[in-house]
Design a protein around this ligand. Structure first.
Ligand code: ADP
Length: 398
Protein backbone atom coordinates (compact mmCIF):
# COMPACT_ATOMS: atom_id res chain seq x y z
CA UNK A 1 0.00 0.00 0.00
CA UNK A 2 1.15 3.54 -0.75
CA UNK A 3 2.94 5.26 2.14
CA UNK A 4 1.48 8.60 1.11
CA UNK A 5 -0.49 10.00 4.06
CA UNK A 6 -2.65 13.08 4.39
CA UNK A 7 -2.35 14.37 7.96
CA UNK A 8 -4.96 16.69 9.41
CA UNK A 9 -4.78 18.67 12.61
CA UNK A 10 -8.15 20.37 13.01
CA UNK A 11 -8.61 23.07 15.62
CA UNK A 12 -11.76 24.96 16.51
CA UNK A 13 -11.12 27.62 13.83
CA UNK A 14 -8.16 26.24 11.89
CA UNK A 15 -6.89 23.19 10.02
CA UNK A 16 -3.22 22.37 9.54
CA UNK A 17 -2.55 19.74 6.91
CA UNK A 18 0.33 17.95 5.29
CA UNK A 19 0.65 15.41 2.49
CA UNK A 20 3.78 13.37 3.07
CA UNK A 21 5.50 10.05 2.59
CA UNK A 22 5.43 8.23 5.92
CA UNK A 23 8.64 6.28 5.29
CA UNK A 24 10.99 8.98 3.98
CA UNK A 25 9.22 11.91 5.63
CA UNK A 26 9.25 13.79 2.30
CA UNK A 27 6.54 16.45 2.31
CA UNK A 28 4.68 16.99 -0.98
CA UNK A 29 2.46 19.79 0.28
CA UNK A 30 1.38 21.50 3.46
CA UNK A 31 -1.02 24.20 4.42
CA UNK A 32 -2.92 26.13 7.02
CA UNK A 33 -6.59 27.12 6.90
CA UNK A 34 -7.28 29.91 9.38
CA UNK A 35 -10.20 31.78 10.92
CA UNK A 36 -12.84 29.27 9.87
CA UNK A 37 -16.34 30.49 10.65
CA UNK A 38 -15.22 34.06 11.34
CA UNK A 39 -16.60 36.99 9.39
CA UNK A 40 -13.18 38.49 8.69
CA UNK A 41 -9.69 37.20 8.08
CA UNK A 42 -10.38 33.77 6.55
CA UNK A 43 -7.13 32.63 4.96
CA UNK A 44 -5.50 29.59 3.42
CA UNK A 45 -1.79 29.31 2.71
CA UNK A 46 -0.87 26.22 0.69
CA UNK A 47 2.69 25.25 -0.19
CA UNK A 48 3.77 22.50 -2.54
CA UNK A 49 7.51 22.50 -3.29
CA UNK A 50 8.35 25.98 -4.61
CA UNK A 51 4.67 26.78 -5.30
CA UNK A 52 2.82 28.90 -2.76
CA UNK A 53 -0.89 29.64 -3.13
CA UNK A 54 -2.88 31.96 -0.93
CA UNK A 55 -6.59 32.50 -0.48
CA UNK A 56 -8.14 35.36 1.44
CA UNK A 57 -11.88 35.33 2.03
CA UNK A 58 -14.62 33.95 4.19
CA UNK A 59 -14.39 30.26 5.09
CA UNK A 60 -17.82 29.37 6.53
CA UNK A 61 -16.92 25.95 7.96
CA UNK A 62 -14.28 23.21 8.07
CA UNK A 63 -15.65 21.39 5.05
CA UNK A 64 -15.59 24.55 2.95
CA UNK A 65 -11.97 25.16 4.02
CA UNK A 66 -10.98 21.62 3.11
CA UNK A 67 -12.75 21.85 -0.26
CA UNK A 68 -10.68 24.94 -1.08
CA UNK A 69 -7.52 23.23 0.11
CA UNK A 70 -8.32 20.19 -2.09
CA UNK A 71 -8.66 22.60 -5.02
CA UNK A 72 -5.28 24.16 -4.15
CA UNK A 73 -3.74 20.67 -4.12
CA UNK A 74 -5.17 20.21 -7.62
CA UNK A 75 -3.77 23.55 -8.80
CA UNK A 76 -0.32 22.44 -7.65
CA UNK A 77 -0.59 19.19 -9.62
CA UNK A 78 -1.76 16.96 -6.75
CA UNK A 79 -5.19 15.43 -7.26
CA UNK A 80 -5.96 13.97 -3.84
CA UNK A 81 -8.64 11.65 -5.19
CA UNK A 82 -6.33 9.94 -7.69
CA UNK A 83 -2.79 10.40 -6.35
CA UNK A 84 -2.90 7.16 -4.35
CA UNK A 85 -3.17 8.22 -0.71
CA UNK A 86 -2.73 5.17 1.54
CA UNK A 87 -4.23 6.65 4.70
CA UNK A 88 -5.53 9.83 6.29
CA UNK A 89 -4.14 10.49 9.78
CA UNK A 90 -6.07 12.74 12.16
CA UNK A 91 -4.69 14.28 15.30
CA UNK A 92 -7.45 13.77 17.86
CA UNK A 93 -6.99 15.65 21.09
CA UNK A 94 -8.87 13.57 23.67
CA UNK A 95 -9.11 9.79 23.76
CA UNK A 96 -10.57 9.72 27.28
CA UNK A 97 -10.37 6.31 28.92
CA UNK A 98 -11.47 4.62 25.68
CA UNK A 99 -8.68 5.23 23.15
CA UNK A 100 -4.93 5.44 23.40
CA UNK A 101 -3.54 3.36 20.55
CA UNK A 102 -3.86 4.75 17.00
CA UNK A 103 -7.35 3.64 15.97
CA UNK A 104 -8.97 2.91 12.61
CA UNK A 105 -11.94 5.23 12.30
CA UNK A 106 -15.33 3.57 11.90
CA UNK A 107 -18.77 5.09 12.41
CA UNK A 108 -18.72 3.79 15.97
CA UNK A 109 -15.25 5.17 16.72
CA UNK A 110 -16.31 8.54 15.34
CA UNK A 111 -19.40 8.56 17.56
CA UNK A 112 -17.26 7.79 20.60
CA UNK A 113 -14.77 10.58 19.78
CA UNK A 114 -17.79 12.86 19.51
CA UNK A 115 -19.06 11.70 22.91
CA UNK A 116 -15.63 12.44 24.41
CA UNK A 117 -16.26 16.09 23.51
CA UNK A 118 -17.54 16.56 27.07
CA UNK A 119 -13.90 16.21 28.18
CA UNK A 120 -12.52 18.50 25.43
CA UNK A 121 -15.35 20.77 24.29
CA UNK A 122 -13.05 23.09 22.35
CA UNK A 123 -11.06 20.38 20.59
CA UNK A 124 -12.85 17.10 19.91
CA UNK A 125 -15.80 18.66 18.03
CA UNK A 126 -13.32 20.18 15.55
CA UNK A 127 -11.58 16.82 15.17
CA UNK A 128 -14.94 15.19 14.45
CA UNK A 129 -15.80 17.76 11.78
CA UNK A 130 -12.36 17.27 10.20
CA UNK A 131 -12.85 13.50 10.07
CA UNK A 132 -16.37 13.80 8.65
CA UNK A 133 -15.10 16.15 5.95
CA UNK A 134 -12.24 13.94 4.75
CA UNK A 135 -14.44 10.83 4.84
CA UNK A 136 -16.82 12.63 2.52
CA UNK A 137 -14.18 14.21 0.27
CA UNK A 138 -11.91 11.16 0.05
CA UNK A 139 -14.18 8.14 0.43
CA UNK A 140 -12.66 4.67 0.67
CA UNK A 141 -9.30 5.72 2.12
CA UNK A 142 -8.48 4.28 5.59
CA UNK A 143 -8.74 7.01 8.24
CA UNK A 144 -6.77 6.71 11.47
CA UNK A 145 -7.14 8.68 14.70
CA UNK A 146 -3.92 9.38 16.60
CA UNK A 147 -4.61 10.59 20.12
CA UNK A 148 -2.75 13.41 21.81
CA UNK A 149 -3.31 11.68 25.14
CA UNK A 150 -1.81 8.31 24.08
CA UNK A 151 1.77 8.66 25.32
CA UNK A 152 0.57 9.57 28.82
CA UNK A 153 -1.72 6.59 29.19
CA UNK A 154 0.96 4.81 31.22
CA UNK A 155 1.34 7.45 33.93
CA UNK A 156 1.23 5.93 37.41
CA UNK A 157 -1.99 6.34 39.40
CA UNK A 158 -0.30 8.69 41.87
CA UNK A 159 0.56 11.08 39.03
CA UNK A 160 -2.77 11.01 37.24
CA UNK A 161 -5.24 10.99 40.15
CA UNK A 162 -6.73 14.26 41.33
CA UNK A 163 -7.34 14.55 45.06
CA UNK A 164 -11.10 14.89 44.80
CA UNK A 165 -14.08 12.68 45.66
CA UNK A 166 -13.10 9.30 44.20
CA UNK A 167 -16.63 8.30 43.18
CA UNK A 168 -17.20 11.58 41.37
CA UNK A 169 -13.85 11.30 39.65
CA UNK A 170 -14.63 7.77 38.47
CA UNK A 171 -18.14 8.64 37.35
CA UNK A 172 -16.97 11.54 35.19
CA UNK A 173 -13.53 10.33 34.07
CA UNK A 174 -11.85 13.16 35.96
CA UNK A 175 -8.10 12.56 36.03
CA UNK A 176 -4.94 13.78 34.41
CA UNK A 177 -4.69 12.62 30.79
CA UNK A 178 -1.93 14.84 29.35
CA UNK A 179 -1.67 16.20 25.79
CA UNK A 180 0.99 16.83 23.09
CA UNK A 181 1.86 13.16 23.63
CA UNK A 182 2.81 12.59 19.99
CA UNK A 183 5.39 15.36 20.24
CA UNK A 184 6.81 14.30 23.63
CA UNK A 185 7.25 10.75 22.38
CA UNK A 186 8.72 11.81 19.02
CA UNK A 187 11.36 14.17 20.44
CA UNK A 188 12.36 11.83 23.27
CA UNK A 189 12.93 9.03 20.74
CA UNK A 190 14.85 11.41 18.44
CA UNK A 191 17.04 12.41 21.38
CA UNK A 192 17.83 8.77 22.12
CA UNK A 193 18.76 8.19 18.46
CA UNK A 194 20.97 11.30 18.54
CA UNK A 195 22.76 9.98 21.64
CA UNK A 196 22.98 6.48 20.14
CA UNK A 197 21.34 4.99 23.23
CA UNK A 198 18.09 3.04 23.68
CA UNK A 199 15.24 5.06 25.20
CA UNK A 200 14.94 2.30 27.85
CA UNK A 201 18.21 3.52 29.35
CA UNK A 202 17.34 7.20 29.53
CA UNK A 203 15.61 9.51 31.98
CA UNK A 204 14.36 12.54 30.08
CA UNK A 205 12.54 15.80 30.69
CA UNK A 206 10.78 17.37 27.70
CA UNK A 207 9.59 20.96 27.40
CA UNK A 208 7.19 21.35 24.47
CA UNK A 209 6.82 25.13 24.30
CA UNK A 210 4.54 26.34 21.51
CA UNK A 211 1.30 28.30 21.72
CA UNK A 212 0.19 25.50 23.97
CA UNK A 213 2.95 24.31 26.29
CA UNK A 214 3.59 21.22 28.35
CA UNK A 215 6.42 19.38 30.08
CA UNK A 216 6.86 15.70 30.79
CA UNK A 217 9.13 13.37 32.70
CA UNK A 218 9.98 10.15 30.89
CA UNK A 219 11.62 7.16 32.52
CA UNK A 220 13.07 4.53 30.20
CA UNK A 221 10.81 5.65 27.33
CA UNK A 222 7.66 5.65 29.47
CA UNK A 223 5.96 8.88 30.49
CA UNK A 224 5.57 9.09 34.27
CA UNK A 225 4.22 12.63 34.58
CA UNK A 226 3.11 15.61 32.56
CA UNK A 227 1.92 19.13 33.24
CA UNK A 228 -1.34 19.16 31.29
CA UNK A 229 -4.30 17.57 33.00
CA UNK A 230 -7.84 16.50 32.28
CA UNK A 231 -7.86 19.40 29.82
CA UNK A 232 -5.00 21.25 28.10
CA UNK A 233 -5.40 24.11 30.60
CA UNK A 234 -3.22 22.79 33.44
CA UNK A 235 0.49 23.23 34.00
CA UNK A 236 2.79 25.66 32.24
CA UNK A 237 1.91 29.23 31.29
CA UNK A 238 0.80 29.28 27.63
CA UNK A 239 -0.01 31.82 24.92
CA UNK A 240 -3.63 32.24 25.98
CA UNK A 241 -4.06 29.69 28.81
CA UNK A 242 -3.02 30.23 32.42
CA UNK A 243 -1.70 26.79 33.32
CA UNK A 244 -1.92 26.05 37.05
CA UNK A 245 -4.47 28.17 38.84
CA UNK A 246 -5.99 27.87 42.30
CA UNK A 247 -9.28 26.01 41.62
CA UNK A 248 -10.94 28.49 43.96
CA UNK A 249 -10.39 31.27 41.42
CA UNK A 250 -13.04 29.91 39.03
CA UNK A 251 -16.09 29.95 41.34
CA UNK A 252 -14.87 33.21 42.84
CA UNK A 253 -14.65 34.84 39.40
CA UNK A 254 -18.03 33.52 38.36
CA UNK A 255 -19.58 35.09 41.43
CA UNK A 256 -17.58 38.31 41.50
CA UNK A 257 -17.79 39.10 37.75
CA UNK A 258 -21.09 37.34 37.07
CA UNK A 259 -19.54 35.22 34.32
CA UNK A 260 -21.27 32.05 33.18
CA UNK A 261 -19.59 28.71 32.52
CA UNK A 262 -18.86 29.27 28.84
CA UNK A 263 -17.55 32.80 29.50
CA UNK A 264 -15.12 31.43 32.10
CA UNK A 265 -14.13 28.68 29.68
CA UNK A 266 -13.41 31.28 27.00
CA UNK A 267 -11.50 33.44 29.47
CA UNK A 268 -9.29 30.54 30.54
CA UNK A 269 -8.71 29.23 27.02
CA UNK A 270 -8.48 32.38 24.94
CA UNK A 271 -7.53 35.40 27.00
CA UNK A 272 -5.34 34.23 29.87
CA UNK A 273 -1.68 33.20 29.90
CA UNK A 274 0.80 35.55 28.22
CA UNK A 275 -2.06 37.32 26.46
CA UNK A 276 -3.94 37.95 29.67
CA UNK A 277 -0.87 39.29 31.44
CA UNK A 278 0.71 41.31 28.62
CA UNK A 279 -1.85 41.73 25.83
CA UNK A 280 0.04 39.51 23.35
CA UNK A 281 0.23 35.75 23.03
CA UNK A 282 2.94 35.51 20.38
CA UNK A 283 6.35 35.08 22.00
CA UNK A 284 8.13 37.25 19.43
CA UNK A 285 5.76 40.11 20.14
CA UNK A 286 6.24 39.58 23.87
CA UNK A 287 9.99 39.88 23.40
CA UNK A 288 9.56 43.11 21.41
CA UNK A 289 7.45 44.59 24.20
CA UNK A 290 10.08 43.60 26.77
CA UNK A 291 12.83 45.17 24.63
CA UNK A 292 10.72 48.34 24.56
CA UNK A 293 10.61 48.44 28.38
CA UNK A 294 7.07 47.14 28.93
CA UNK A 295 6.87 46.09 32.60
CA UNK A 296 3.76 43.90 32.21
CA UNK A 297 5.41 41.96 29.37
CA UNK A 298 8.51 41.43 31.53
CA UNK A 299 6.35 40.18 34.40
CA UNK A 300 4.56 37.78 32.02
CA UNK A 301 7.93 36.44 30.88
CA UNK A 302 9.09 36.02 34.48
CA UNK A 303 5.92 34.11 35.41
CA UNK A 304 6.44 31.89 32.35
CA UNK A 305 10.04 31.07 33.35
CA UNK A 306 9.16 30.64 37.03
CA UNK A 307 6.59 27.98 36.14
CA UNK A 308 9.03 26.15 33.84
CA UNK A 309 11.59 25.99 36.63
CA UNK A 310 9.03 24.80 39.17
CA UNK A 311 8.24 21.79 36.99
CA UNK A 312 11.88 21.21 36.16
CA UNK A 313 12.51 20.88 39.89
CA UNK A 314 9.57 18.54 40.34
CA UNK A 315 10.64 16.28 37.50
CA UNK A 316 14.27 16.17 38.59
CA UNK A 317 13.07 14.78 41.92
CA UNK A 318 10.62 12.34 40.31
CA UNK A 319 13.33 10.93 38.06
CA UNK A 320 16.17 11.01 40.62
CA UNK A 321 18.73 11.37 37.85
CA UNK A 322 18.22 12.91 34.45
CA UNK A 323 20.14 12.21 31.23
CA UNK A 324 18.56 14.70 28.83
CA UNK A 325 16.51 17.86 28.94
CA UNK A 326 14.82 18.59 25.62
CA UNK A 327 13.37 21.84 24.29
CA UNK A 328 10.95 21.68 21.37
CA UNK A 329 8.13 23.52 19.47
CA UNK A 330 8.01 27.18 18.39
CA UNK A 331 9.38 28.80 21.56
CA UNK A 332 11.51 25.86 22.71
CA UNK A 333 13.24 25.55 19.35
CA UNK A 334 13.64 29.27 18.67
CA UNK A 335 14.15 31.17 21.90
CA UNK A 336 17.70 30.95 23.32
CA UNK A 337 16.62 33.33 26.11
CA UNK A 338 13.89 31.00 27.38
CA UNK A 339 16.24 28.01 27.36
CA UNK A 340 19.00 29.93 29.14
CA UNK A 341 16.68 31.42 31.77
CA UNK A 342 14.88 28.12 32.39
CA UNK A 343 18.14 26.37 33.24
CA UNK A 344 20.15 29.24 34.77
CA UNK A 345 22.22 28.62 37.90
CA UNK A 346 21.89 24.83 38.01
CA UNK A 347 25.50 23.80 37.44
CA UNK A 348 25.54 22.09 40.85
CA UNK A 349 22.83 19.78 39.53
CA UNK A 350 24.87 18.98 36.42
CA UNK A 351 22.69 21.22 34.24
CA UNK A 352 24.48 23.77 32.14
CA UNK A 353 24.11 25.53 28.80
CA UNK A 354 26.92 26.53 26.45
CA UNK A 355 25.97 30.12 25.47
CA UNK A 356 27.51 29.93 21.98
CA UNK A 357 25.80 26.61 21.20
CA UNK A 358 22.52 27.94 22.56
CA UNK A 359 22.63 30.92 20.16
CA UNK A 360 23.69 28.97 17.07
CA UNK A 361 20.87 27.79 14.82
CA UNK A 362 21.34 24.60 12.88
CA UNK A 363 18.70 22.32 11.44
CA UNK A 364 17.97 19.03 13.17
CA UNK A 365 18.79 17.88 16.69
CA UNK A 366 21.49 19.91 18.46
CA UNK A 367 23.25 19.77 21.78
CA UNK A 368 23.36 23.08 23.65
CA UNK A 369 25.10 21.86 26.82
CA UNK A 370 28.90 21.61 27.03
CA UNK A 371 30.21 18.12 26.16
CA UNK A 372 31.47 17.79 29.73
CA UNK A 373 28.10 18.48 31.40
CA UNK A 374 26.49 15.45 33.09
CA UNK A 375 23.03 16.36 31.75
CA UNK A 376 22.72 16.66 27.97
CA UNK A 377 20.50 19.58 26.98
CA UNK A 378 19.10 19.27 23.46
CA UNK A 379 16.99 21.27 21.03
CA UNK A 380 14.93 18.74 19.08
CA UNK A 381 12.61 20.02 16.32
CA UNK A 382 9.27 18.31 16.74
CA UNK A 383 7.39 16.79 13.82
CA UNK A 384 3.94 15.70 14.95
CA UNK A 385 2.76 15.33 11.35
CA UNK A 386 5.45 12.77 10.56
CA UNK A 387 4.73 10.83 13.75
CA UNK A 388 0.99 10.81 12.93
CA UNK A 389 1.70 9.80 9.32
CA UNK A 390 3.86 6.89 10.47
CA UNK A 391 1.28 5.72 13.01
CA UNK A 392 -1.52 5.93 10.40
CA UNK A 393 0.54 4.15 7.75
CA UNK A 394 1.53 1.40 10.18
CA UNK A 395 -2.07 0.74 11.18
CA UNK A 396 -3.38 0.94 7.60
CA UNK A 397 -0.83 -1.64 6.43
CA UNK A 398 -1.31 -4.20 9.22
P1 ADP B 1 1.44 25.67 18.00
O1 ADP B 1 1.86 24.49 17.13
O2 ADP B 1 1.09 25.31 19.41
O3 ADP B 1 0.46 26.60 17.36
P2 ADP B 1 4.19 26.55 17.64
O4 ADP B 1 4.94 25.35 18.09
O5 ADP B 1 4.18 26.87 16.19
O6 ADP B 1 2.72 26.55 18.22
O7 ADP B 1 4.79 27.79 18.45
C1 ADP B 1 4.28 29.08 18.30
C2 ADP B 1 5.04 30.01 19.22
O8 ADP B 1 6.44 29.97 18.88
C3 ADP B 1 4.61 31.45 19.12
O9 ADP B 1 4.47 32.02 20.41
C4 ADP B 1 5.78 32.11 18.40
O10 ADP B 1 5.93 33.44 18.76
C5 ADP B 1 6.94 31.28 18.90
N1 ADP B 1 8.11 31.48 18.04
C6 ADP B 1 8.23 31.17 16.74
N2 ADP B 1 9.44 31.59 16.27
C7 ADP B 1 10.08 32.19 17.30
C8 ADP B 1 11.34 32.85 17.48
N3 ADP B 1 12.19 32.95 16.47
N4 ADP B 1 11.64 33.33 18.70
C9 ADP B 1 10.77 33.23 19.73
N5 ADP B 1 9.56 32.63 19.64
C10 ADP B 1 9.22 32.13 18.44
Amino acid sequence: MSDLVLVLNSGSSSIKYQLLHAVSGDVLASGLVEKIGETHGGRIVHEAGPAKLEYDGAIPDHKAGLLRAVEMFRQTGLDLTSIGIGAVGHRVVHGGEVFWEPTMITDEVLQTIDKLSVLAPLHNPANVVGIESTRELLPGIPEVAVFDTAFFHTMPAAAKTYAIDAKLAAAHGIRKYGFHGTSHQYVSEKAAQYLGRPTEELNQIVFHLGNGASASSIQGGIAIDTTMGMTPLEGLVMGTRPGDLDPGVTPYLMRASELDVSQVEQLLNRSSGLKGMSGVNDFRELQQLIDGGDAQAKLAYDVYIHRLRRYLGAYLVELGTVDTIIFTAGVGENSPAVRADALAGLRNLGIEIDPARNETRTPGVRRISPDSAPVTVLVVPTNEELAIARAAHKLATT
